[in-house]
Design a protein around this ligand. Structure first.
Ligand SMILES: [Mn+2]
Length: 350
C-alpha cells in the first residue's frame, strides 16, 4: 500500500514541500493540466513534472487523469484518432515508470456539486450536492460554477454536446466504453500501466446525461469487458457512498480479491434525505461510511495499490481549490493510516 496525495502541478497553491511534510505520504497523484483534451501529452512536460516531484523526495505514482475525449464517449467516427492518442499517452507514461492511470467515462461533466463551499456549524466549509438545487439548473441557459463546466466547453460547444448526447442512452455509452477499452487495455498491458476507472459522481444520471459506473453490477460488467489487471477500478468511497444500494465493503473484498483495484480514493459523506449529501471529515462518526470497515477490508485483501485521501473540507481559514486544501486532507490521511497501522498490528499479533 502506498499513501499518495493529489497535487495540481505548479498552479497548486500547496507546495510539494508541504506535502512531503505529511508523515507517510510517498506518492503524488497529478497530471498535465494545459494539454488540450484528446492530444498527446508532450513527453518533456511529463518528465519535468516527474523531476519536480522527485526533487522533493516524492514520486509520481498515479496520473489522474488523462481525460477521455467526448468523441470517444459519443462513439463519433473521429474517436479512432483520439483513441490512438490515448494509447500513445499510456505508452509514454509506462515508459517513464508511472503505472496507474485514473480516468472516468462521465459525459460532459466530471464530478458535480451544487455548492463548493457550504458552511458547516464549526465554520469549516464542504462540497455539497443537493438534488433539488441541481434540478433547478438549466444548463443550457445559466452560467453557474460547476466543476468541469464552462472551464472545458464554451456555450455553443456545450449545446452541441448536449444535443449529441440526447441520442446516447446507457447501452450506447456502455458499447462506446467497450470499444475504447478493447483498444487501450492491450496497449496498457504491454506498457505496464493499470487503467482505473473512477465511478460517476454522483452515481446517477444528471442533466439527462447517462451515467453508467454507478454500482456493483456496473463494476461486474466493466471487468467482464476485458479480463485483465490493466482493466481496473478507482474505488472511490465518496462517489459510491451516496448510492444506498451499494455495499461498499462487499465490493472492496470482491474486486480487491480479483486484483481489480489499483487505486482507492477515501472520503466520507453524510447523506441528506434522498439524493443529496455533504462531504464531511474523514472519521466514521461524521458520515455514513464506516472507515474502520473500509480500511479493514483493504488490510484483509492485502491491498498493494495506491490510496489517497479524496476531498477534504476547508478548515483553519485555508483558501484554495475546493475539496483540495492541505489541512483536512492531511488530517484525513493521518487518521486513515492510523487505522491501517492498528488493524494490521492487531491482525499480525493474533
Ligand atoms: Mn474520487
Amino acid at each position: 500500500m502506498e499513501l499518495t496525495f493529489r497535487w495540481y502541478g505548479k498552479s497548486d497553491p500547496i507546495p510539494l514541500e508541504y506535502i512531503k511534510q505529511i508523515p507517510r505520504i510517498s506518492g503524488i497523484v497529478s497530471a498535465l493540466y494545459d494539454v488540450k483534451i484528446g492530444e498527446i501529452w508532450p513527453q518533456e512536460q511529463i518528465k519535468s513534472l516527474k523531476r519536480m516531484i522527485e526533487a522533493v523526495g516524492l514520486r509520481l505514482s498515479v496520473i489522474e487523469s488523462i481525460p477521455v475525449h467526448e468523441d470517444i464517449k459519443l462513439g463519433r467516427r473521429s474517436r479512432d484518432k483520439y483513441i490512438e492518442n490515448y494509447c500513445q499517452n499510456i505508452k509514454n507514461m509506462g515508459f517513464l515508470g508511472i503505472n496507474v492511470l485514473c480516468y472516468n467515462f462521465m459525459p460532459v461533466f466530471d464530478w458535480t456539486r451544487s455548492n463548493l463551499s457550504k458552511k458547516n456549524p464549526d465554520g469549516s466549509t464542504s462540497l455539497a450536492y443537493d438534488q433539488d438545487e441541481i434540478n433547478k439548473i438549466n444548463i443550457s441557459e445559466e452560467s453557474i460554477e460547476l466543476p468541469g463546466w464552462a472551464t472545458n466547453y464554451g456555450k455553443a460547444e456545450l449545446e452541441d454536446l448536449l444535443k449529441a448526447y440526447s441520442k446516447v442512452d446507457e447501452e450506447t455509452l456502455w458499447s462506446n466504453l467497450e470499444y475504447f477499452l478493447k483498444r487501450v487495455i492491450p496497449v496498457a498491458e504491454k506498457a505496464g500501466v493499470r487503467l482505473s476507472i473512477h465511478p460517476d459522481d454522483p452515481p446517477w444520471p444528471i442533466f439527462n446525461l447517462p451515467r453508467i459506473i454507478t454500482n456493483e453490477a456496473a463494476l461486474d460488467r466493466l471487468i467482464d469487458i476485458i479480463d485483465s489487471p490493466s482493466n481496473g477500478i478507482t474505488f472511490c468511497t465518496g462517489s459510491f457512498g451516496p448510492n444506498l444500494k451499494m455495499d461498499l465493503i462487499k465490493s472492496i473484498y470482491k474486486f480487491g480479491s480479483l486484483d481489480r483495484i489499483p487505486f482507492v480514493h477515501i472520503r466520507n459523506i453524510k447523506r441528506i434525505n434522498g439524493q443529496s449529501f455533504i462531504e464531511v471529515a474523514h472519521p466514521t462518526e461524521f458520515g455514513d461510511i464506516d472507515m474502520f470497515k473500509v480500511i479493514k477490508a483493504l488490510v484483509d485483501i492485502d491491498f498493494k495499490g495506491m490510496i489517497r485521501p479524496d476531498h477534504g473540507r476547508m478548515i483553519w481559514g485555508e483558501r484554495g481549490k475546493p475539496g483540495y486544501g492541505l489541512y483536512d486532507r492531511a488530517l484525513g490521511i493521518m487518521y486513515l493510516s492510523g487505522l491501517w497501522e492498528g488493524i494490521k498490528k492487531i491482525r499480525n499479533s493474533k
